[in-house]
Design a protein around this ligand. Structure first.
Ligand SMILES: [Zn+2]
Length: 134
């Protein structure tokens, strides 16, 4: 039982720190210098933050989550179909854009937390499936 907790707890802790825009190593330093721009090093513990691969994974996850958790349930509301599209579309697209842009740094932070917990860094990029064909 305790063996499982030893694996799971640090995993959720570092993902939680990333979701909170914090360094996955110490939980104190800021993850971003500005929107989505990961700091090279943690200002608090000097951990190498830019070392974790987060290229299109977070964007893909954001689209997946928004598609499943927001767009799909939204289509069950008849008001979406009954209201004129020149009114409903701009409202929906603006809302989705705002939701996506505010979710992306959190999802990217959680992603970096996950990479931290799994100890995956850019040095492992040769493990990419696209490169394995070479
Ligand atoms: Zn740190």
């Amino acid at each position: 039982m305790s063996g499982m907790a030893e694996i799971v707890y640090p995993l959720f802790r570092s993902i939680g720190r990333g979701l909170a825009h914090r360094c996955p190593n110490c939980g104190q330093g800021r993850l971003y210098g500005r929107y989505l721009k990961v700091e090279p090093h943690c200002a608090n513990c000097n951990h190498e933050l830019a070392d974790y691969p987060a290229d299109d994974g977070p964007a893909y996850l954001t689209i997946l989550l928004i598609g499943h958790l927001i767009i799909a349930p939204l289509l069950f509301f008849p008001i979406i179909w009954r209201s004129p599209p020149q009114i409903s579309l701009p409202i929906m697209l603006t809302t989705l854009l705002v939701v996506a842009l505010s979710a992306l740094p959190r999802i990217k932070g959680g992603w970096i937390g996950l990479m931290y917990a799994l100890q995956v860094t850019r040095r492992d990029e040769h493990l990419h499936t696209a490169d394995a064909a070479d």
